[in-house]
Design a protein around this ligand. Structure first.
Ligand code: BGC
Ligand code: CA
Length: 553
């Protein structure tokens, strides 16, 4: 049954073990700490956790530089702790996805150490080498401004090695069948330990041709099918959520025309348009981006997000649009990164304005796809711009008003907990918000419940309506005789508009999913609605009792 595809309607929560909860008091988050917080996550209503890298690593890129794929970094615990965690998650109906970082290894990985030591090493060809510095070595850096080149000379190997990212992250030669076999082995290992799949890092680079002669790398899409088949043979309902910031015309190549490649991909296209829409109060480019990404195989799904652990990448907007987003959300140079993005968290970008925060999350939860929430978003956590690069948005979770926000009993947390001011742990923390029915946390819990009660969003056909105001985005989802309408006013002013465009000929009743109120068309057939500034509403179409109306199938 197609309904069995759990990822079509999940609520994903992304977190880093290192900064979530420290149980043993050494200042570093760990699996035992995370284990103790599982009931919190279950209470919030999330049903999948995406763990950022936790494998053994020198930690020079927050774990995205792995030196042992088959272990937990000892700072976070043991494999035993990991299995306790996946078991605990399973007991609560929560699935676990983990980061799979196989475009590159750490330069401290034994494979690279062996490869560089001896031209005849069996690992030499696991990496990408060149005798001379290739002509395009100063192109294609992922971290411009910080990273100077993509080819670096290794004195021991007496050759240059290729690294799409930092120089301590040598690229794996993914075209090598032995490397491909190893990638499958890594996936198989973690599947046995209880995960339901992987957030695959940097997919376009994983499958790109690599080598000194390559100027325009072609993608080897077959590789995606190999990964997919392996997963499904080993564990039928496991998935890959691909990190692939690609243009809409390439989407189908990643999903596979027959849905035989990646099950999920992050929707970077919609993400950027969404931030532009929030900055400009113009919903039209967002509507267009949604439209452009609607088409995909039925079994595929988008991952929708606002902010993640990286910078908000605005590289695909027009120059004018990008400047507008910078101006509204990151005007200071210290807030920007890599010439293309903003490194802040969402709450400070929106100046903690609750109306705009709710609008943004309501959008993320109701656009076509599966929402991916970042830890701390549920309490509107802030950032610390004094930390370098992307670390500003990776500070520890703020649990309470205890020292260091209750994250650790140690005086030296792995990253400083945000203290003082509106976003400091003294004001922004889980403990206080739990007790306050109007808090962001309790609002988020209600939003998650509402999203679960509207499976049409994950499954249904989405239609973009035009209620005649450029700042209003209205979407209708139809699925098996059930319909949901979601309407967002991006304007900073109240608006009145006619929604009869989204309704059937006879006019239908709209039931507000949040407060149960209903509205109908007037005698002339117009369905007038008045929305406050930044207001959002989710409606079920028809019947008096929406729960009764929702037919179970
Ligand atoms: C991750 C980054 C990481 C990079 C290198 C990405 O795309 O999201 O955080 O630095 O891959 O692994
Ligand atoms: Ca610890």
């Amino acid at each position: 049954m197609i309904n069995d595809l759990w990822y079509k309607n999940a609520i994903v929560y992304c977190l880093s073990v290192e900064t979530f909860m420290d149980a043993n008091g050494d200042g570093i988050g760990d699996f035992q700490g995370l284990q103790r917080r599982l009931d919190y996550l279950a209470g919030l209503g999330v049903n999948a956790i995406w763990l950022m890298p936790f494998q053994t690593s020198p930690g020079r890129d927050d774990g995205y530089d792995v030196s042992d794929y088959y272990n937990v970094d000892p700072r976070y615990g043991t494999l035993g702790d990991f299995v306790e965690f996946t078991h605990g998650a399973k007991q609560r109906g929560i699935r676990v996805l983990i980061d799979l970082v196989v475009n590159h290894t750490s330069n401290e990985h034994p494979w690279f150490q062996d490869a560089r030591s001896d031209p005849n090493s069996r690992y030499r060809d696991w990496y990408v080498w060149s005798d001379k510095k290739p002509a395009n070595a100063d192109e294609g850096m992922v971290f411009p401004g910080v990273q100077k080149t993509t080819w670096t000379r290794d004195e021991k190997a007496k050759q240059y090695y290729f690294h799409r990212f930092y120089d301590f992250q040598p690229d794996l030669n993914t075209a090598n069948p032995h490397v491909q076999a190893e990638i499958l082995k890594i996936m198989g290992f973690w599947l046995q330990l209880g995960v339901s799949g992987f957030r695959m890092d940097a997919v376009p680079f994983v499958i790109a041709e690599k080598g000194p002669e390559v100027t325009k790398p072609k993608e080897q899409f077959d590789m995606l099918r190999t990964f997919r088949e392996f997963l499904q043979w080993r564990l039928g309902d496991s998935i890959i959520l691909a990190e692939a910031n690609v243009v809409p015309k390439d989407n189908v190549k990643y999903f596979g025309a027959d849905g035989d490649r990646m099950q999920m991909m992050f929707n970077f296209h919609v993400n950027q348009a969404l931030f532009y829409a929030l900055a400009s109060s113009d919903a039209r480019p967002l509507a267009k981006a949604v439209e452009e990404t609607l088409e995909h195989p039925q079994t595929a799904q988008w991952g929708l997000f606002l902010r993640n652990h990286d910078e908000l990448d605005l590289g695909r907007l027009s120059e004018k649009q990008r400047q507008k987003v910078f101006q509204e959300f990151g005007p200071d140079k210290s807030m920007q990164l890599y010439d293309r993005g903003i490194r802040r968290r969402l709450a400070p970008m929106l100046q903690g304005d609750r109306r705009r925060l709710e609008l943004a999350y309501s959008l993320m939860f109701s656009l076509p796809g599966t929402p991916v929430l970042r830890y701390g978003d549920e309490i509107a956590m802030g950032d610390d711009l004094s930390l370098p690069e992307r670390n500003c948005a990776r500070t520890p979770m703020q649990w309470s008003t205890e020292p260091h926000g209750g994250f650790t009993k140690n005086d030296k947390p792995v990253l400083p907990v945000i203290s003082g001011g509106a976003f400091g742990f003294q004001h922004t923390n889980v403990a206080d918000q739990r007790r306050d029915p109007n808090s962001m946390l309790n609002w988020m819990e209600r939003l998650i419940r509402m999203r679960k009660e509207a499976p049409e969003i994950g499954w249904g056909d989405c239609k973009i309506l035009n209620p005649g105001n450029n700042g209003v985005l209205a979407l209708r989802y139809d699925w098996r005789d059930n319909s949901v309408l979601v309407v967002h006013n991006l304007n900073a002013t109240p608006v009145e508009f006619d929604l009869s465009v989204g309704l059937g000929d006879k006019g239908e009743t709209l039931i507000d999913l949040a407060d149960g109120g209903n509205s109908e068309a007037d005698e002339t057939g117009k369905h007038r609605l008045l929305f406050e500034a930044y207001a959002y509403r989710w409606y079920r179409v028809g019947g008096l009792d929406y729960l009764l109306k929702r037919k179970e199938v």
